[in-house]
Ligand binder design. Structure first.
Ligand SMILES: *[C@@H]1O[C@H](CO)[C@@H](O)[C@H](O)[C@H]1NC(C)=O
Ligand SMILES: *[C@@H]1O[C@H](CO)[C@@H](O)[C@H](O)[C@H]1NC(C)=O
Ligand SMILES: *[C@@H]1O[C@H](CO)[C@@H](O)[C@H](O)[C@H]1NC(C)=O
Length: 469
């Protein structure tokens, strides 16, 4: 969790303090549990399994760790960058899962700023503490590690640049054990510069079926290359998040704190969109829907609690024009007292604890996966999402949420769905519970680990046919 919970007004020192304590307690607990299980598993039946991952530690029915076969295997993880964004953090999670079963894990970051960067430093420290060996992306050590590794994981399409820039004539010795993990779905990644080696790697791992389909089409049509064997691996919620989501007391404290900081009462209805603010994420269209829903409620004289919207992910320095447009809309429609903007934050749990409904309004092809969606479902929130991208594989329309079309065509349907959830309390709560059940069935860390394990096994099997030099 990030160190700076945002969304607290500066003068509310007390709240900030409470929140900080809450978060640091959960972080510390998570850390202690992890530390304990990384070295030895103290749960029940495991005396004969000294190196057990933290994976299974918390579930009562401890299933065998699907990644155990990776023990002593050497894995090189190649990250395009190191930052607090989705791609690198996910790769770090994989690093820790592998460390948890005793794999030897190496990490290189391709793009680093020349001056020292606090975030990078902290993330690297975090990895070193867990036994991940951080190497320079350039130089003999990285090349040597790539050559002797059992598996090389390239994270995101852009990481392909590293092959040509660093491995050069060694590329043919490495490709057969490369697993390419792709999390993006935008046009400018379809460049041969990045992905020309894609057809000959051992496999591609992609976060959703729609994204995999999209890559298949695009590589064929645009670049005339063929995708390698492609595996769809849906992501899972981290254990830390699930702990907060399932802790009633923590949730209540966070809810009270955030609502107080926003000036939203306990009985008010709060709709949230939690994504970095940009046109692609559809905050503008969401605000139009929200305004339309307020009008509908007034015209039909519906009896509903006071309605609020919170937009988490503001960054006035990055998307100034779009941000200004959003704020102007809010002023023009005179809904300033109902719409709240919160700066970008990694600490989403407090907001998930505080709101009633998550809106996932990503436009065009939608999210590649959309991790916030499964995080919200863990907090028993129904999801109002666009019928696009990974959202359609997560949200069951009519059961765990309601889907609306992308673009302007979706504005009125979303407005109606907002009214539906506002007026049907039972339905809203039931959808939230169903979402939580779906997360428990499909979207936990151990589910993701199972899926990844199956892929890694395949890659190992294939690369055995190509003896290392
Ligand atoms: C891929 O191409 C097929 C056939 O051309 C089409 O039906 C499908 O919608 C395309 N999928 C994506 C995700 O673009
Ligand atoms: C949010 O970010 C802006 C800069 O983009 C900054 O001026 C403001 O103080 C931040 N607000 C909070 C509550 O941190
Ligand atoms: C979602 O379900 C509603 C009915 O509950 C239906 O009207 C709508 O067309 C469905 N949307 C999608 C994208 O399936």
């Amino acid at each position: 969790m990030a160190k700076h919970p945002v969304g607290c007004l500066p003068f509310q020192k007390r709240c900030l303090f409470v929140l900080l304590i809450m978060l640091s307690i959960s972080t510390v607990i998570a850390f202690l549990i992890k530390a304990a299980f990384d070295s030895c598993d103290r749960r029940l039946e495991v005396a004969h399994k000294p190196l057990h991952s933290s994976l299974n530690a918390l579930s009562t029915k401890t299933p065998p760790n699907p990644l155990t076969f990776m023990k002593s295997k050497q894995v090189l993880l190649v990250s395009h960058e190191l930052s607090l964004s989705g791609g690198p953090l996910l790769l770090m999670e994989l690093a820790f899962l592998l460390r948890g079963v005793g794999a030897e894990v190496f990490w290189v970051t391709i793009q680093k700023p020349s001056e020292t960067d606090e975030v990078i430093y902290n993330l690297e420290q975090k990895m070193l503490v867990r036994g991940v060996q951080v190497l320079s992306a350039k130089g003999q050590e990285a090349i040597g590690t790539a050559l002797k590794a059992d598996i090389v994981v390239l994270n995101t399409a852009v990481a392909g640049k590293w092959l040509d820039a660093i491995l050069k004539e060694n590329i043919p010795h490495v490709l057969s054990k490369v697993l390419w993990w792709i999390h993006e779905m935008r046009g400018h990644y379809f460049k041969l510069d990045y992905v020309k080696h894609l057809p000959t790697v051992a496999g591609a791992m992609i976060d959703s079926h729609v994204t995999a389909q999209y890559w298949k089409n695009r590589t064929q049509e645009r670049l005339r290359i063929k995708m390698p064997e492609t595996y769809v691996v849906h992501l899972g919620n981290s254990k830390e998040l699930m702990e907060v989501a399932e802790d009633g007391v923590a949730k209540r404290v966070l809810r009270e704190h955030i609502r107080e900081s926003l000036g939203v009462r306990d009985e008010d209805l709060l709709f949230a969109i939690i994504n970095s603010v940009s046109r692609g994420k559809g905050q503008d269209l969401f605000l139009r829907s929200f305004f339309e829903s307020l009008e509908l409620i007034q015209v039909k004289k519906l009896k509903v609690p006071s309605m609020h919207a919170v937009i988490v992910g503001s960054d006035m320095t990055a998307q100034t024009k779009f941000e200004t447009e959003l704020r102007n809309f809010v002023m023009q429609k005179k809904i300033q007292d109902r719409v709240h903007f919160v700066n970008k934050t990694l600490t989403v749990a407090p907001y998930l604890a505080a709101v009633d409904v998550l809106v996932q309004n990503s436009q065009a092809r939608g999210e590649c996966f959309g991790r916030i969606t499964i995080e919200a479902m863990a907090f028993q929130l129904p999801v109002l999402g666009t019928a696009a991208g990974g959202t359609t594989e997560i949200v069951v329309n009519g059961t765990t949420g309601l889907l609306h079309p992308v673009g302007k065509d979706g504005v009125t349907p979303l407005a109606k769905n907002i009214v539906k959830l506002a007026t049907h309390v039972e339905r809203r709560l039931t959808m939230g519970k169903r979402g939580y059940e779906r997360v428990k069935e499909m979207f936990l860390e151990h589910h993701m680990a199972h899926r990844i394990a199956a892929v890694l096994k395949e890659v190992l099997r294939k690369s055995k046919g190509h003896p290392h030099p």
